[in-house]
Design a protein around this ligand. Structure first.
Ligand SMILES: Nc1ncnc2c1ncn2[C@@H]1O[C@H](COP(=O)(O)OP(=O)(O)OP(=O)(O)O)[C@@H](O)[C@H]1O
Length: 266
């Protein structure tokens, strides 16, 4: 069970958005993807999910080019929760989550009690089971986000790709969600803006800057004061707890040390 990019680049028209990315997602790991706004995280996730074909290089699922895997198989293997996904369909929460079972349904394999149970379990996992009969359009941003995640859980993928999954969520549901996906028997790749969450939950962190993957390693290797200054333009001290896990303490208002780097404002 491997997901791999080899020398991947992706262009939007003539514009190079990501380049020279080589990355192997290890089975069972929680890989965090970090980087400033516009550094290419979403673009990279879309290539990993098989939604965008690389302009250069190869995207491989179990060693096979993704374009050869086929939509239905890809949907059984890879679940992708995109940013700001929405629907105008008039459906209930339960129906929205049931869409996750689509790749498994066919004339020979119609909707069953098993599908029903999987949907119920997914709703419970994100604490949305009590709102299962509500209409999608009436949900808050955070509730919609939890339903998206439940739909992807119902898909029972081997790889769970999450693009800023904690957007819109209150702190209880942010921590609950990251803890949940960490304990699931899946391989997770998540683009995260909260670097302390990345430190708490990720086995490894991949750091993007201006379309390139500039470093990959354990949280302790990647979340250094120097990387935070060079890549994010912020000053921070890194503290370590008894188990060696790091915690970032940002510095603000210290002359000459904080603020957005000038070349990022342009
Ligand atoms: N279809 C497109 N056409 C033109 N430019 C694009 C397209 N898609 C992405 N970009 C540009 O590519 C760069 C990377 O975008 P991407 O969404 O991958 O970054 P990101 O790291 O996910 O950003 P954020 O943290 O703000 O969500 C940005 O400058 C964006 O404007």
């Amino acid at each position: 069970m491997t997901l791999e990019l080899r020398d991947v680049g992706w262009n939007a028209g003539f514009k190079k958005i990501i380049s020279d990315v080589s990355l192997r997602v290890e089975p069972g790991e929680f890989l965090g993807l970090i980087g400033p706004n516009g550094s290419g995280k979403t673009s990279l996730m879309s290539v990993l999910a098989g939604i965008r074909a690389p302009s250069r290089g190869q995207a491989l699922l179990d060693g096979q080019a993704m374009k050869k895997v086929g939509r239905r198989n890809l949907a059984r293997r890879i679940g992708f929760v995109e940013q700001q996904a929405d629907t105008i369909d008039r459906i209930t929460v339960r129906e929205a989550v049931a869409l996750g079972r689509t790749p498994y349904l066919s004339l020979l394999s119609p909707w069953s009690e098993d599908d029903q149970a999987i949907v119920q379990k997914a709703l419970e996992a994100v604490e949305m089971h009590l709102m299962a009969d509500r209409m999608w359009q009436t949900l808050s941003g955070g509730e919609k986000q939890r339903v998206h995640i439940a739909r992807t859980l119902a898909q029972q993928p081997d790889f769970l790709l999450l693009d800023e999954p904690t957007n819109h969520l209150d702190i209880h549901h942010q921590l609950g969600l990251l803890d949940l996906v960490r304990t699931l028997p899946v391989t997770v790749v998540a683009a995260l803006h909260d670097l302390n969450h990345a430190a708490m939950f990720c086995d490894r962190i991949a750091m993007m800057d201006r379309g390139k993957l500039i470093a990959i390693g354990t949280p302790e290797q990647i979340l250094t004061s120097q990387n935070l200054r060079d890549v994010f333009g912020v000053a921070a001290d890194i503290e370590r707890d008894d188990q060696g896990r790091c915690h970032i303490r940002y510095q603000v208002g210290i002359s000459g040390q904080t603020g957005i780097k000038k070349d990022r404002v342009a």
